[in-house]
Design a binder for this molecule. Sequence first.
Ligand code: ATP
Length: 444
Amino acid sequence: MSENQNKPANQNNQTAQGDSSTGGTAILLKEVTKSYPGQVKAAVGGLTLEIPAGSVVMFVGPSGCGKTTTLKMINRLIEPTEGQIIINDEDVTGMDADKLRRSIGYVIQAGGLFPHMTVAANIAIVPKMLGWDKARITARVDELLELVSLDPAVYRDRYPKELSGGQQQRVGVARALAADPPVLLMDEPFGAVDPITRQRLQDELLNIQAELHKTIVCVTHDFDEAMKLGDWIAVFDEGAQLVQYDSPERILAQPANEFVEGFIGSGAALKQLSLQRVRDVTLLQPVTASPGENASDVLSQLQGTGAKHAVVLDARRRPIQWLSTRQLSRMEIISDQVDPSLPQVGESATLNDALDEMLVASSGQALVTGARGAFVGLINVESVTEAIAAARRTNGDHSAPVGLNSGTMAAVAVAAADQGPDDALPLDGDGPDGTSLEDSGVRS
Ligand SMILES: Nc1ncnc2c1ncn2[C@@H]1O[C@H](COP(=O)(O)OP(=O)(O)OP(=O)(O)O)[C@@H](O)[C@H]1O
């Protein structure tokens, strides 16, 4: 049996130890335990967890359940009491911790920037330690600032206190990516910013991930964030007991037990909206027009199609106006005026974002833009509803990565196993599809 058989369906081209098709590398936690001095129960009890290369794995669970402890054991900010952590074929528990940390990006809440250093100096910390020359560091700093959507000329010489919370967070991400590490650990990265900034930072992280394909492990308190960002979600209970480890779709459609249901919260159907992107929906193609055109020509086109609105595009095909037949009938020539309040969403926005935009505009429709703001079509409430129904029909046809505990919290284990063979955790040592852990790359 091949090593890939127990990998998630959408990761089948990767081996357990990374693959050239991703910028990331697989991580395997093998029966990892952490007992703090004086603790009655271990903070992490015999956790085995496979983190596929190039995927985003989100850790969720109640406060104090061991998420941060698990995360920090990966880069040895916390030393495990027992077990192995294997990154790129190597058990890193025996490796020099400083060397290890230089190959793992780490992002914490509010960026964790050094206040006495400029943005550029903060980003340059690891490249400097690695002995890069000055020109290479300067070029890399600028490249990373561009990547996180900050203009290098404006921001490179600023100090952290001269940045907004969201900007500090962006610099934190840039710093973590500086030496192009295959692994990125994030601990509540967007916890300290307002909801709108948070949404933008999440979108940006997704864009960056689409480009770089890192292996990202991220702790969050926000289940919606876990669904939006995660390829896989690990739901933990006390002692880092893994209650469910699966795709956001499956966790939503088939929560392992009441504990997971509680985490999902109300409105599971609505949460489907956060799983799908605008680009997954069939867009409508309206009549378009350009500045300088005769309004009457556009009106007759509209009459031909039965539509009531035309989208005016500038020379770079960016939408600038959205005119009704009534507005068109009052003008002769279409102007190049830009309407700043057009309801617009990007292709990578979630259906939830799109619905928000439509509701705010109360038009039931929004303009969709793609690369460099070019118009790609219209989305409406009906197409969103159809996309959700279609997703339900195709839900849940894949196996998940391996995750289990050898710890002592039997109650949780029994609760999960009660869900039947399809939903149960592989507590008997078998993977979700019945393959052995040996086959899945988990070797003793
Ligand atoms: N340095 C420490 N010494 C002793 N106990 C600790 C230490 N750090 C964490 N713990 C305990 O270990 C358990 C797990 O803590 P951890 O911070 O990993 O949880 P968490 O799930 O990340 O929590 P939160 O969501 O509140 O951040 C908790 O009971 C915590 O009190």
